[in-house]
Design a protein around this ligand. Structure first.
Ligand code: PXL
Length: 276
């Protein structure tokens, strides 16, 4: 027996809702066999200020090598890569692997405030990693940062313009996520010609920790299953909208989305329109 496989190269989020943990939970929900390579551990030390614990470079290389050698991947997702050195090597490994579906989530700052990417590493994301991507999935601040503009995005038109600009960096598709817009949660998918607007009702909650990770993990899982990028993003939008609608409040801080929600309750509130 064989099932589709997806490898996540990302940080470990001890809180369980974001990073590698979100990716593996999402892959499982979609019946995709999840593999992982952990780049850093995100957790708050009780007696120091330390919140990010990097993993030795050799250990990262060993995880990617072992996962791809013994299992293989139909899709690879990158999340928190943290340093320029990691980005440069991950780009090389992705290229050498010949994996057909590459999802780059250019994570920069976590919802609990952790710095997930060093400032001097953004250039490597733009020039080495993004050109290899089937799809990149920035949120609004990440899109502005990648475009090196001080101007924040505030409207659907801004998202469309940013998506078209970001596509010039070389990915096949760009999904700019409008989670921070006023009004409905509209995401813009650009394929180089057309804009696909994915609209869901805004859900009034602060508990969206890991929403971005889980959304792009769902896209990765769908691509691993052989879906087109449009189909993958549409299914993933339904998945994440349900996960946010049923997000969880635990003891402290921004709570996680609920990965089982789409399977359990379904989602009907997502609309897709296509514009030239
Ligand atoms: O959601 C962004 C993110 C990505 N990766 C890791 C994280 C977070 C947010 O907390 O911890 C490891």
């Amino acid at each position: 027996m064989s099932i589709p496989r997806a490898l996540s190269i990302a940080g470990s989020a001890a809180r369980g809702g974001a990073g590698i943990q979100a990716d593996l939970k999402t892959f499982q929900e979609m019946d995709v066999f999840g593999l992982s390579a952990i780049t850093a551990i995100v957790a708050n030390h009780p007696r120091t200020d330390q919140g990010v614990f990097p993993i030795a470079f050799d250990a990262i290389e060993a995880q990617v090598y072992t996962a791809l050698r013994d299992i293989g991947a139909d899709a690879i997702k990158t999340g928190m890569l943290f340093t320029e050195e990691i980005i440069t090597h991950v780009a090389k490994w992705i290229e050498e692997s010949g994996t057909p579906n590459i999802v780059v989530d250019p994570v920069m700052i976590g919802k609990m405030g952790s710095a997930l990417l060093k400032d001097d590493a953004i250039e490597a994301v733009k020039t080495k990693l993004i050109p290899l991507a089937t799809i990149i999935t920035p949120n609004m601040p990440e899109a502005a940062r990648l475009l090196e503009t001080e101007q924040q995005l505030t409207s659907v038109d801004d998202l469309k313009q940013a998506a078209a600009e970001l596509q010039k960096l070389g990915p096949k598709y760009v999904l700019v996520k409008g989670g921070r817009l006023e009004g409905p949660a509209v995401d813009v998918l650009f394929d180089g010609e057309k804009f696909h607007l994915l609209e869901a009702p805004r859900i009034d909650t602060i508990h969206t920790n890991g929403a971005g990770c889980s959304y792009s993990a769902a896209i990765t899982a769908q691509l691993a299953k052989g879906k087109s990028v449009q189909e993958a993003v549409e299914e993933a939008k339904k998945f994440i909208t349900a996960a946010i609608r049923h997000s969880i409040t635990f003891k402290r801080g921004v709570g996680p989305t609920y990965h089982a929600a789409y399977q359990k309750y379904g989602e009907t509130g997502v609309n897709v329109t296509v514009e030239k």
